[in-house]
Ligand binder design. Sequence first.
Ligand SMILES: Nc1nc2c(ncn2[C@@H]2O[C@H](COP(=O)(O)OP(=O)(O)OP(=O)(O)O)[C@@H](O)[C@H]2O)c(=O)[nH]1
Ligand SMILES: [Mg+2]
Ligand SMILES: [Zn+2]
Length: 304
Amino acid sequence: MYKSTGSWYIVQNEQGEVFNARILGKFKMDELTSTNPVAVGDVVTIETENELEGSVTITEIDDRKNYITRTSPANKHKHHIIASNLDQSLLFATLKDPKTSQGFIDRFLITSEAYHIPSIIVFNKSDLYKAKELEKFAEVRDIYEAIGYKVMGMSIEKKTGVEEVKSLLKDKTTLLSGHSGVGKSSFINIVFPELKLRTQDVSGWSGKGLHTTTFAEMFNLPFGGRVIDTPGIRELGLVDIPKQELAHYFPEMRSLMNDCQFNNCMHTNEPGCAVKAAVEEGLVSMDRYISYCNVLDKIEEKTW
Ligand SMILES: Nc1nc2c(ncn2[C@@H]2O[C@H](COP(=O)(O)OP(=O)(O)OP(=O)(O)O)[C@@H](O)[C@H]2O)c(=O)[nH]1
Ligand SMILES: [Mg+2]
Ligand SMILES: [Zn+2]
């Protein structure tokens, strides 16, 4: 499934033919927990509904290899599936116009770890970075590379670093994610101009956080693979991660946890905590630890 605009879905068959599709009532069952029964990236079975109009019915959805969700802004108890069957996700970030916080990056990475989706962080708009931002870039790059994430710098404006990012896409299904205005659609446009996506006007980041892309959409790539453009996310609501599990989704903590004195250690105030010791020794980034504590607090609010 390539795009959903409410009650209609755009699907393609293996020959690349495009159809307008609808779903049968029975899938609505799923809406109990998710706001969208069929997600971009889903592999579906279709049956012809109206041959003249080229419309089809989705009769089955294959099990999802994986998927990425966020809590629905309208209803915190429901989640919205952003996309499914992903090989990787590129988290677009910027240090200026707009600024992406490390907290946001960390929440995104927790979600990707929880769903086993490899993530790469791409800092765009490097043409706007002055000494202060360049220093920040070097700092965050070191933090994330030290724990196993690839971090790339790019300027779509100056066409630097773009080819390196493009080369990651071949033969894979890649989700592009990040705040509104970070350049997700611009990236697809510059590497695949034939797709002609709508982007924010040349005045650039307005500061108002207006979304230019309004629906997630998947595109076939000429050299093999698919890329999914998504509307910018302002806040990434985390879905149902139990407190006890959270540290598993921080790779640098995952490897230390076995050395904590208590096997139910939450790494906050417990004695003999290997994670806290590593933070004090500077082996685990203080910023990452703060993100961990912030997210843990949020989970507590939700549970009690
Ligand atoms: N200076 C500078 N501006 C850029 C760069 N890349 C993109 N922009 C501008 O940033 C603005 C936002 O880009 P979009 O591609 O629409 O951002 P988006 O991430 O798709 O945003 P949403 O669709 O709202 O989620 C546009 O005006 C782009 O021209 C860059 O490398 N440098
Ligand atoms: Mg866009
Ligand atoms: Zn601990």
